[in-house]
Design a protein around this ligand. Sequence first.
Ligand SMILES: CC(C)(COP(=O)(O)OP(=O)(O)OC[C@H]1O[C@@H](n2cnc3c(N)ncnc32)[C@H](O)[C@@H]1OP(=O)(O)O)[C@@H](O)C(=O)NCCC(=O)NCCS
Length: 166
Amino acid sequence: MKFISVTTADGLKIIINLTKKIWPVAYGKILTMAQLDYMIDKFYNETALLELIDKGHVFYLAQDDNNNYVGFVSYELNSEPNKTKIHKIYVLPETQGTGLGRQFFELVKEKAIENHQKAIFLNVNKYNNAIHFYTKLGFTKVKDEVIDIGNGYVMDDYVMEVDILQ
Ligand SMILES: CC(C)(COP(=O)(O)OP(=O)(O)OC[C@H]1O[C@@H](n2cnc3c(N)ncnc32)[C@H](O)[C@@H]1OP(=O)(O)O)[C@@H](O)C(=O)NCCC(=O)NCCS
C-alpha cells in the first residue's frame, strides 16, 4: 500500500469519486438518501475540500499494489490545543477489514507524535459500526454531539478520543 499526500484538485477528484462509492454503503442504513446526497454535495466538492486544505487539513490517498485508489484519510493537527482530529477516514467496501483503516490511524498517529500532540479525536455517527473499529484502536467516547448541518439535517455523533503515548 502506498500513501499519497493530496494537495491539488486532481487528487480531490479521486477522493470525491471514492466517497460516492463508500458513503451509500456506509450510511445507507443510518441516513436517508436525501441527507446522504445533501452531505456529499455540501462537503465533498472541490471548492469545499480545497478550503479545508487551506485551513490545514491534511489529506492522504491509499493506493494498492495494482495502483487502484482504495481509501483516504484527513486529519488536522492542533484542531484543539495539542490534539489532532481525524476528520475523514474511508476505505472502499471491498477493502474494508484488510487492515487499511489501522494503517491510516498509524499514519496519523506518527504525524501527531512528531508534532507533540497528546491525543487524537474524531466524530462518529452514533449508529456507525466504525465505533467498534475505534474501540479496537483504543478510543473511548468522551461526549455526545448533535451538529446542525442545515436543511433540517443533523449529525448525531459521539466524540471519541485516544491518548497517544510518547
Ligand atoms: C471504519 C473503517 C475506516 C475501518 O477500516 P478497515 O480497513 O475496515 O479496518 P481494519 O481492517 O484496519 O481493522 C482494524 C481492526 O478493527 C476491527 N474492525 C474494523 N471494523 C470493525 C467493525 N465494523 N466492527 C468490529 N471490529 C472492526 C478489525 O477487526 C481489526 O481488528 P484486528 O486488528 O484485531 O484484526 C472502514 O471499515 C470504513 O471505511 N468503513 C466505512 C466508512 C466509515 O464508517 N468510516 C468512518 C467514519 S467516522
